[in-house]
Structure formats: structure tokens, C-alpha cells
Write a protein that binds this ligand. Sequence first.
Ligand SMILES: [Fe+2]
Length: 275
Amino acid sequence: MRSTYDCPPSLDDEGVIAFCKSGFLTLEGVVDDETNRRTNEFVEEHDEIEPMEILREDWFVDGVIKNPVASGAIRSLLGKDFGLPILMSNHRVHTPQPAQEWHVDGGAKFGPQLDYLQVFYLPQECTREMGPTELLPGSHFLFSHRDAMKQIGRVRGSYYGVAPAGSIIITHYGIWHRRSESRVSSLRNNLKYNYWRRADPTRDWLMNPEFDVATADYSSPQPTYRQQFRDAYDTAEMYFWLRGEQDKFGLIGGQGWPMPGQRNDMPYGVPEGIK
Ligand SMILES: [Fe+2]
């Protein structure tokens, strides 16, 4: 059954922009120990790729699906009354294993819109040796065919989702990812599920009165695997889309807005009618 949820947003403009830049947000140890313990027990008893029954457990829905910290971030990115997960997967893997191929999951769309999020919950600690999910920051803007991606091995600047038990990693559905290689003997659980946008995008996250569209920093850490400045353009356009103001977004190019690295406070080309 489909259902929605609402709660106060927890990200401000900088937080929303940070997500647009990297395509993910790690919330470390936000689920309580008791819920982690019960989840580990549950997946032990339901040794399945899709342990759907867990979505009917109130303790799991309250502690994980409606986790106060994670839902505040999801509410900020997907708007009010967002749709709750309708599918639960568990990447339950006996390690050690070689790395997976880089991929994006079926159904990924590339562009500034953000209508759904892919979320990972770690009910147990995941160390580097256990083969955490590996993400390529900013790759949610990079379209590639799966057959081309799978030839790529190690990528400079990739992020390993090493995190303590109870961590939740919120990702853009189109981000390039894979299970990284593992070196120790373990049984790794990593639950994956999606949230959905049900409201039109609008700027109803936390307001920071200091925030200024003209001087905000939209540039990403290197390497971005894009043409110079493209990372700032992509991020700014997604941010405008999330505000429901994509129609006001425009680029004059050259050294115009959004100038990476906050090089000056009076850039040319700042979209009009927005602050
Ligand atoms: Fe995947």
C-alpha cells in the first residue's frame, strides 16, 4: 500500500546545495541500537533479497523509514507529504568478494529534477574491509551506458560508505555506485529502499537569511569528471529546480554566474527575480 509522511525539514539552502553537488548525504549512526539489533535479527530470520515484511513492522517504520534525522533531510529534498518506500531490498553479502561493476540502477533519469531518492540503511557497522557501497560524487549528472561503465575500475575521488551501525546514506537515484571489494570474512547487510516526491518542488526547507543566490558556492571538489565550471552549472540548475524556479535559471557563460569558487561578490548573469 502506498502511504505518505510529513515532518519538519532539516536542511537549509547550503544543505540542499551540498546534496545537489555530491548526489548523496551520509547520516552517521542516526538509528538507535535497539532498532539496529532488531533489524539484524529480522534479516537473519528472513534471509531474502527482498525482506518486504519488515515494512510492516512498526518498530522498523518508526526507527528507520520515519527516522527523525533522515526524514528531515528527505522532507527538505522531496517536499511535503513525500511517498514512503514500497519495496525493501537487502544487499546481504558474504565477504570477501571482488568489487561490483560500476552501474546505475534501472529507472535512473538524468537532469535537474529530483523526484525520488535511493536510500541505504546499515544496521551494522560497515568498515572499508567489508566492502562498503562506493559512490562517485557528482556522477548523478553523468549519463553513461552500463556497458561502458562496467569497464571502469578504480576511480579517483570515489567515496566509500564506511559508517557505524545505524547510518543512513541518502542518494540521488542516478548516482554511479557499486559494492566495493572486501577483504575480510563477514556477513554484510545493507538495506535499500526509495522515497518519492508527491508535491511540486518549492523552497520550503529551512531558511537561512544570510543565503544569497548570487554569491552561493555551487562548485564541487575536484575531480568532477566534467568540463570546467559544468559542476557549478549542474548544481545551480538542480537547486533552482528544487525551488520550483527552473524557468528562471539561465547561464550567460564565460566568467558569469555561477562563478566557481566565489571569486567575486558581483557576478554578471545572476538570474533575475530570485534571491
Ligand atoms: Fe545498484
